[in-house]
Design a protein around this ligand. Structure first.
Ligand SMILES: [Zn+2]
Ligand SMILES: [Zn+2]
Length: 232
């Protein structure tokens, strides 16, 4: 499997584009998140029609703000064809439908929904309330033979995800985790909370402003890995 980010910024750092990625997994392309900069990025990179499935970690605007436009673009430019959103729970499917219906009116006309469990090798971890109080969020785990890739979504309490990963069968694991350099920011993982897990997992930080990266931080940033990002 191969992941490439189309943006690595935080909610208020559109200069680095909203955090989102395209994962090639079992020869399919999965778009992970669709924030407000993602639609123009997909067009600029000529990627929109290469996407097979859409996954959404949560409904904050920097992760879902251009979802409706992406769906409409495919419908209008590919003769009524639809994207499939893979939903990780019935309650989240309902939230996605409520979110989209105001913009699309006839949601079923523009998008198909399929349960994530239809695709083998992908699972979601329910991280409700661990990014923002009372707010539904998820992490995603992708597994292939002898390789595991984890996408945290926005997650302030890192122990929950890593404790879960420690219960899984041993397998080389790369974790893409949101990161903050501000110890007052409880919605995202402070780098000092990620560092203790570095001996066990290969970790990369995203969802940040790389110019604020302190010298003491040992977590490499996706923004600094040319092989992990589409060129800006
Ligand atoms: Zn975010
Ligand atoms: Zn968020």
């Amino acid at each position: 499997m191969e992941i490439k980010f189309i943006g690595t910024g935080g909610a208020f750092e559109p200069q680095y584009f909203n955090s989102a990625a395209i994962l090639n997994f079992n020869n399919k392309n999965f778009l992970i998140d669709a924030g407000f900069t993602v639609y123009p990025r997909l067009l600029a990179l000529n990627l929109l029609f290469k996407i097979d499935y859409i996954l959404i970690t949560h409904l904050h605007n920097d992760h879902s703000g251009s979802l409706a436009n992406i769906l409409l673009h495919k419908y209008f430019y590919q003769h009524g064809r639809k994207f499939t959103i893979l939903y990780q729970s019935e309650k989240f499917k309902k939230q996605l439908e409520e979110f989209l219906v105001i913009q699309l009116k006839d949601t079923a006309k523009y998008v198909d929904f399929a349960p994530l469990e239809d695709i083998s090798g992908i699972s979601a971890l329910d991280t409700f309330g661990l990014h923002s109080e009372g707010f539904q969020t998820y992490s995603f785990i992708f597994e292939e033979e002898n390789e595991r890739l984890v996408y945290s979504g926005d997650l302030g309490q890192t122990d929950f995800l890593f404790k879960h990963l420690q219960t899984l069968p041993a397998c080389p694991t790369t974790v893409f985790h949101d990161i903050t350099f501000d110890s007052q920011n409880k919605g995202h993982a402070h780098y000092t909370m990620l560092q203790p897990y570095q001996s066990q997992f290969k970790i990369f930080g995203y969802h940040c402003n790389p110019t604020e990266n302190p010298q003491e931080n040992t977590i490499p940033l996706v923004a600094n890995q040319p092989n992990l990002i589409f060129p800006g």
